[in-house]
Design a binder for this molecule. Structure first.
Ligand SMILES: *[C@@H]1O[C@H](CO)[C@@H](O)[C@H](O)[C@H]1NC(C)=O
Ligand SMILES: *[C@@H]1O[C@H](CO)[C@@H](O)[C@H](O)[C@H]1NC(C)=O
Ligand SMILES: *[C@@H]1O[C@H](CO)[C@@H](O)[C@H](O)[C@H]1NC(C)=O
Ligand SMILES: *[C@@H]1O[C@H](CO)[C@@H](O)[C@H](O)[C@H]1NC(C)=O
Ligand SMILES: *[C@@H]1O[C@H](CO)[C@@H](O)[C@H](O)[C@H]1NC(C)=O
Ligand SMILES: *[C@@H]1O[C@H](CO)[C@@H](O)[C@H](O)[C@H]1NC(C)=O
Ligand SMILES: *[C@@H]1O[C@H](CO)[C@@H](O)[C@H](O)[C@H]1NC(C)=O
Ligand SMILES: *[C@@H]1O[C@H](CO)[C@@H](O)[C@H](O)[C@H]1NC(C)=O
Ligand SMILES: *[C@@H]1O[C@H](CO)[C@@H](O)[C@H](O)[C@H]1NC(C)=O
Ligand SMILES: *[C@@H]1O[C@H](CO)[C@@H](O)[C@H](O)[C@H]1NC(C)=O
Length: 495
């Protein structure tokens, strides 16, 4: 009897200590804090506390074994106690922290007692690497009903098989629809399923409007996804919504203006805080631009999108005007968002007007404002299918299949962005952003005169040519009139 009870308890504890949702995050080594001991975090959950259950073996510069990990208790029951949300959900979140290694790849082996949980070889980005390769995608669930995200999961499976390396996956928001739905089990299922790729590549996210939870405070999200927020910006009324980090030659900035675009910031206090953080960060980034020339902003919220029934597509340039000013002033290169369920590339735009830039085929030069791209095609059962909307004046291209965006920084002057359709693994859109003035349009580049001015000169040239033709025409017409008169005169012997 006791033996049976003992066995039952042991099995139960083991079950409660079954880890799920293994995921990697970049640590504060990549922020301006540059903390050497916090390069990569390996995170997973269990139902119980499970002290001394797990160990991690790392093969990098040298082999080392970690037996200590941080455990955080997330009591969602307590978050919603005495509310209508009716949530009873508790989970323990465990974190192993790995210091930076000289080698660019590490192997980790996660064990529960003596049994293997997960082992993988992972690319560990370096602060001073010359090339960087990250993926953008978003607006994706894992509900396996309409299965709209299946092609994206399948594509990731293939990438892992082929040992494709990415420095990080940057998620543009809206996951699981929603994380706290069904007593947080939707979120738990999402964590488990994405571990297919998050156990292989560091996962950095921008929160979406579907990730906020019942009280819009993002508790489940913030606890489970270790974004590089600095707590000193938090107050009792305000939670930090901004973080930034460097990989190689790129400075990545995430900001979450959810309160602003949903007009839930009546006295502008959220905007003021977010703006000052953003501005301080950009000032630092620009000082370091010789070393890290590229600045890429990512968020859930587009400034220019095409679904005109959505207030945000009509007015975000107005709601986010103060931010857009910063992007122009500090020459942000690229702005990537989600929210609309499509892929879309826009021309450089500012306050609902086009701005000057040069384009030579698919190469952008001398852009006055960032090029903006929507990567919202991860696939979600929620809402409309991925689709094409009516083109707007800023739209360059739209695509309606599941896809991901591959950003590759080649060097200090060349950045490439490709949109890949996951079902066929084909590149459906490709652009280059170039920081030199040498394009095929030699004359334009020597003087660096913008596209708009050249266009004006071009039009002036045509007008001059037309005027010239008209003058010639009238001259010859006159001349021929004259010659006719002359001929007549000859005929009539008047001359
Ligand atoms: C780490 O643990 C593994 C297995 O438990 C062992 O084989 C290995 O020698 C250990 N490595 C170090 C550096 O202690
Ligand atoms: C979680 O919170 C609920 C509600 O406050 C509380 O009753 C419960 O004891 C807490 N769980 C743990 C393990 O502390
Ligand atoms: C990066 O490029 C610089 C200059 O082009 C070169 O000196 C350096 O060795 C490169 N670093 C790596 C890790 O390839
Ligand atoms: C979605 O996938 C699941 C599991 O593979 C399958 O059982 C289900 O029938 C699929 N649903 C649709 C609509 O294809
Ligand atoms: C909030 O900011 C916007 C522009 O940034 C401004 O138009 C508006 O007047 C401000 N509102 C308040 C209450 O300060
Ligand atoms: C602005 O709104 C916040 C949140 O509602 C409030 O805490 C703060 O006191 C307000 N500030 C001013 C200056 O009214
Ligand atoms: C933005 O510009 C378009 C024309 O390009 C115009 O139709 C639209 O009304 C403008 N939006 C706002 C809110 O002013
Ligand atoms: C020069 O630029 C224009 C647009 O600015 C482009 O259409 C054209 O193809 C470019 N010329 C060459 C030779 O690439
Ligand atoms: C930067 O990368 C581009 C594209 O790979 C290449 O054409 C160019 O020569 C490189 N520039 C330098 C300075 O290495
Ligand atoms: C390109 O030309 C523009 C306009 O003259 C100038 O501001 C910019 O600094 C030049 N860029 C480079 C990389 O030379």
């Amino acid at each position: 009897m006791f033996l049976i009870m003992f066995l039952f308890l042991t099995i139960r504890t083991q079950d409660q200590c079954e880890p799920f949702g293994i995921r990697l995050f970049l640590g504060h080594y990549y922020t301006f804090l540059k903390i050497d001991t916090d390069a990569l975090r390996i995170v997973f959950n269990t139902k119980s506390k499970c002290n001394n259950y797990f160990s991690l073996q790392v093969k990098g510069d040298q082999d080392f074994n970690l037996t200590s990990y941080k455990t955080k208790f997330l009591n969602m029951t307590d978050v919603y106690v005495d509310t209508k949300a009716n949530i009873q959900y508790e989970t323990y979140i465990h974190t192993f922290q790995i210091p930076i290694q000289q080698t660019s790849k590490i192997q980790y082996i996660l064990k529960q007692k003596d049994s293997l949980v997960k082992e993988a070889i992972v690319k560990l980005p370096h602060l001073y690497q010359n090339t960087t390769k990250v993926l953008f995608f978003g607006d994706m669930d894992s509900s396996w009903k309409l299965n709209r995200s299946k092609p994206t999961f399948d594509w990731f499976e293939q990438q892992i098989k082929e040992e494709t390396e990415f420095d990080s996956l940057l998620f543009t928001g809206d996951m699981a629809y929603d994380l706290e739905s069904e007593n947080c089990l939707r979120g738990e299922q999402w964590l488990s399923r994405i571990s297919l790729f998050t156990s292989q590549y560091p996962f950095m996210i921008a929160p979406g409007n579907h990730d906020g939870g019942y009280d819009y405070k993002q508790t489940f999200l913030r606890q489970n996804f270790q974004m590089l927020y600095l707590n000193e910006y938090d107050t009792s009324n305000y939670q930090n919504n901004f973080y930034s980090f460097n990989i190689g030659l790129v400075h990545f900035i995430q900001y979450d203006p959810v309160m602003i675009v949903y007009k839930a910031d009546p006295n502008n206090s959220t905007q003021e805080r977010l703006l000052s953080q953003f501005k301080n960060d950009l000032i630092q980034a620009v000082q370091n631009r010789q070393e890290v020339p590229w600045i890429v902003v990512f968020t859930h919220y587009p400034i220019y999108c095409n679904y005109m029934d959505d207030d945000q597509c009509v007015h975000n340039f107005h709601y986010l005007a103060e931010f857009e000013k910063l992007f122009q002033e500090y020459h942000v290169d690229l702005y990537i968002s989600g929210h609309q369920h499509n892929y879309q590339r826009n021309m450089p735009y500012y306050q609902n007007h086009s701005v000057s830039f040069q384009i030579d085929g698919n190469k952008y030069y001398n852009y006055e404002s960032p090029i903006s791209i929507i990567e919202g095609a991860g696939g979600a059962d929620y809402g409309p299918e991925i689709m094409i909307y009516n083109d707007q004046p800023y739209t360059v291209k739209q695509l309606a299949e599941n896809g991901v965006g591959l950003l590759q920084v080649m060097n200090k002057t060349h950045l490439q962005f490709q949109h890949i359709q996951v079902s066929t693994n084909q590149i459906m859109d490709e652009i280059w952003i170039i920081k030199t003035n040498e394009s095929a349009n030699e004359s334009a580049n020597e003087s660096g005169i913008s596209f708009n001015i050249w266009f004006t000169i071009y039009i002036l040239d045509i007008m001059l040519a037309i005027i010239g033709c008209l003058i010639m025409f009238f001259y010859f017409k006159n001349k021929s009139n004259k010659s006719k008169i002359y001929k007549k005169a000859l005929d009539s012997n008047l001359v």
